[in-house]
Ligand binder design. Structure first.
Ligand code: SF4
Length: 279
């Protein structure tokens, strides 16, 4: 596929908003920053259902789903899907994911230790259409979360090493159960710096194990060759792309193994191709 030409395969689904901080990576959580920026009068720690809760099942006037078949649905991006406060609502979400087996649902979590207690009865070895990204930001959280993550019944796993706060050794956890490692620095005016050496070291570990690796953004303060750079928000993604260090990564913001299946589904579903730029 030519550069810049991509399928319009993404959708967003945010069933609830608001989250409580649980680990060092949460310190400058973007949900809190955005709520403050938009002058929200409700506490960011107050988790509440959104009007889009049932979006996967919502239909247009012509009867078609608002989220068309074949979409990659980024799920619960201003909270944590496994947040305790959302326990009463999650079973309905699993049901919707099950019902919409024609879409893929992708969520990231810092609460992977809760997944076993949150799974639906028919989960089995995992739903085929659910991708789970386990977020790790430092070695301590990696060593706690990743053994749990690898032991769980999940069909599609990725590691999200972001915001990367220090050099990480992920090599004990990299095997063919991991479909991708994605990493990046922290955004925001108070962001903690990310060192390019840490990124390159993670890449080396992935290459050695032949695990796809993606450098998705620099963050606001980026150290390269011992020198710190301030990177404006609008350049943080493009600068990472310019580094051109992704390994075994396709055109899409999802693990390649899944992307290849999605292309197949797209053709079957007859989804129209559009030219868009990734965010
Ligand atoms: S888990 Fe995610 S959404 Fe929740 S406070 Fe931490 S960074 Fe924010």
């Amino acid at each position: 596929m030519a550069g810049g030409e991509r399928l319009n395969i993404y959708a967003d689904w945010n069933p609830w908003h608001g989250c409580t901080k649980i680990s060092p990576g949460c310190k400058y959580c973007y949900v809190y920053r955005q709520d403050e920026m938009y002058g929200s009068t409700l506490a960011s720690s107050l988790c509440r259902k959104t009007g889009a809760f049932a979006l996967p099942l919502m239909r247009r006037r012509d009867g078609s789903y608002k989220i068309p078949p074949g979409k990659i649905v980024f799920t619960c991006f201003t909270s944590d899907f496994l947040l305790e406060d959302a326990d009463p609502w999650r079973p309905d979400c699993w049901r919707m994911m099950r019902q919409r087996s024609d879409c893929w649902f992708y969520f990231f979590t810092k609460r992977i230790h809760r997944l076993a207690d949150c799974l639906p009865p028919d989960w089995g070895e995992g739903y085929d259409n659910v991708l789970i990204g386990c977020t790790v930001e430092n070695q301590d959280r990696a060593d706690y979360r990743l053994p749990i993550f690898l032991d769980l019944p999940i069909k599609h796993r990725s590691i999200i090493a972001s915001p990367l706060l220090e050099r990480l050794d992920l090599s004990p956890y990299l095997d063919d159960r991991i479909e991708e490692v994605a990493t990046g620095g922290e955004s925001g005016v108070e962001a903690r710096p990310c060192d390019y050496d840490w990124i390159l070291d993670l890449r080396r570990q992935c290459v050695e194990k032949e695990i796809p690796f993606r450098f998705h953004q620099t963050g606001a303060y980026f150290i390269k060759d011992g020198r710190m750079y301030r990177v404006r928000r609008r350049y943080q993604l493009s600068q990472a792309r310019k580094a051109n260090i992704d390994y075994r990564i396709g055109d899409y913001f999802l693990p390649d193994k899944v992307a290849r299946q999605v292309y197949g589904r797209q053709e079957m579903a007859g989804i129209q191709q559009m030219k868009i730029e990734l965010p």
